[in-house]
Design a protein around this ligand. Structure first.
Ligand SMILES: Cc1cc2nc3c(=O)[nH]c(=O)nc-3n(C[C@H](O)[C@H](O)[C@H](O)COP(=O)(O)OP(=O)(O)OC[C@H]3O[C@@H](n4cnc5c(N)ncnc54)[C@H](O)[C@@H]3O)c2cc1C
Length: 466
């Protein structure tokens, strides 16, 4: 059987295409206009409408809700947030601890609302397991583990080789770090359920409506302009295609493959009865989940970036090159050698947004009414929910309906960062970075040294990642 490639994602192939919603019929007005119908836009509409039921909210989506990363991701609902360590340096350790605590709570918040709204997204809260397979990865795992505990994760546990294997039998794993703050989910079931929930609340959602320009109080589309005091840009990896935003967030590719459902005797050997989301400590890291129907979905960096930030706009963003499919299949077999020969059912890709300093943010510019959230660098399934509640609070504060809240005081709020370099520097930088990471992983595996390859540390520094 051939591997299906593209078609948005396996999650859509499994759950079915969405029912199309009507495009914007012409000029209109709203209290809040949200551009982008992924998790960020939909969660924001959800919390705003819940807080202020009479608000007139319009969501404008270029294709259909969940067309972007929200319909393609690895289904790790977990407590990681891009930029926490930098925020600790900029705003102090305690502020970053509060941010981390908010992320821990966010995992439970998503699970809670999904339950309340009867969104069956195959959610299983089995925590997050990260494993080390080389001496250098082991050292990084221990360092990572201590840092997470220092940021308040007292319930995280370090596992030896045997304890790790008792959870998931990853070949060659020498240790693991497990936190309860994570859940596996079906991305498309969540995004479809959310879109239905916001519509049921009375939010207007227009699909097939690309916004060509955002300016204060205006979202311009080919079918008309929506005028609103607040315009929120929730376009993450697609942001570069908006007028004036070309160098704001770099559209980075991530690719995934999924196996056919695996037989019981494979699971007897692999274990994974806790359905933890699974990751590793490689520089070019992998992420995986055991799906509700007993497949393994596994992802990692594909060809990371296309020249000129083009990836976001091309129609075939979901297709994955054969070299990337093969690289992911090799990781699958390295981790689970008995799956050599297992059928890969589907491969796909998506884009995520990377700011120049790799720090996520939720921002409202009070002088213009323009807001945005994103730059999650691949950790947006939970973070988009925190962002949405934060945008809600910022708008309520700005419109005089409430004062500052715990969320508006978090250090990632209203964070500013410079733009990415023009081409060809952007393309060269990203490709050199990922080539360096892959080479560092190979070096560490070959030399068995416990020290992180200097190449990777240097790449982190130059890229502005740490
Ligand atoms: C392959 C892959 C795997 C990932 N795995 C994980 C994971 O396991 N865990 C995790 O935490 N994160 C993961 N991520 C990241 C996570 O999916 C994203 O951070 C998150 O979905 C971002 O949500 P969003 O709503 O901000 O953006 P998106 O979901 O990308 O939504 C943006 C929406 O805006 C629309 N849009 C774009 N331009 C316009 C326009 N001009 N006008 C109107 N609408 C527009 C798009 O069509 C899209 O629907 C992954 C990402 C990818 C690509």
């Amino acid at each position: 059987m051939n591997t299906v490639n593209g078609g948005i994602s396996f999650w859509y192939a499994q759950d079915g295409a969405p029912v199309p919603r009507e495009p914007l019929p012409g000029d209109s007005s709203a209290d809040v206009c949200i551009v982008g119908g992924g998790y960020t836009g939909l969660w924001t509409a959800y919390y705003l409408k819940k807080a202020v039921p009479f608000l007139n909210i319009t969501v404008l989506e270029a294709r259909f809700c969940g067309y972007g990363a929200s319909g393609r991701n690895g289904g790790w609902l977990y407590n990681g947030i891009a930029g926490r360590d930098r925020y600790a340096r900029l705003h102090g350790h305690d502020a970053a601890v509060r941010l981390q605590q908010a992320m821990n709570d966010t995992v439970d918040e998503v699970v809670r609302v999904a339950g309340e709204e009867k969104i069956d997204a195959d959610i299983h809260k089995g925590g997050v397991l990260e494993v080390a397979r080389t001496p250098a990865q082991l050292q990084r795992l221990k360092d990572f583990h201590s840092v997470e505990i220092a940021f308040g994760e007292k319930d995280r546990i370090l596992l030896g080789a045997r304890e790790t294997a008792e959870r998931v039998h990853v070949s060659g794993a020498v240790a693991g770090s497990w936190t309860p703050h994570g859940a596996r989910l079906h991305p498309v079931k969540l995004v479809k359920g959310l879109a239905a929930a916001v519509e049921a609340l009375g939010v207007t959602v227009h699909e097939s409506t690309p916004v060509t320009e955002i300016r204060p109080k205006h979202a311009v589309t080919p079918y008309g302009t929506v005028r609103a005091p607040y315009i929120l840009r929730c376009t993450e990896g697609f942001t570069a295609s908006l007028k004036g935003q070309h160098r704001t967030w770099l559209p980075m590719n991530s690719s995934m493959i999924v196996t056919e459902p695996l037989p019981d005797n494979a699971w007897d050997e692999i274990g994974w009865s806790g359905r933890e989301t699974l990751g590793d400590m490689a520089h070019a890291y992998m992420y995986a989940q055991r799906t509700a129907d007993n497949r393994i979905a596994i992802g990692g960096r594909g060809a990371p970036y296309r020249y000129g930030s083009r990836a976001a706009t091309t129609a075939d963003t979901a297709r994955t090159g054969p070299a990337t499919v093969e690289a992911l299949r090799e990781i699958l077999i390295r981790f689970f050698p008995r799956l050599d020969g297992a059928q890969i059912a589907h491969a796909w890709s998506g884009v995520l947004g990377v700011p120049r300093d790799w720090c996520a943010t939720a921002t409202l510019d009070r002088s213009t009414g323009l807001g945005w959230a994103g730059g999650y660098v691949g950790s947006g399934v939970a973070t988009s929910n925190l962002a949405a509640r934060t945008l809600r609070d910022l708008i309520q504060q700005d419109s005089g309906q409430s004062g500052p809240t715990d969320l508006t005081a978090l250090p990632w709020v209203n964070h500013k960062v410079r733009k990415w370099e023009p081409e060809p520097l952007r393309w060269l930088g990203i490709h050199t970075l990922y080539a360096a990471y892959r080479r560092a992983d190979r070096l560490e595996a070959a030399t068995h040294t416990p020290t992180t390859a200097r190449l990777a540390t240097l790449a982190d520094k130059i890229s502005g990642r740490h």
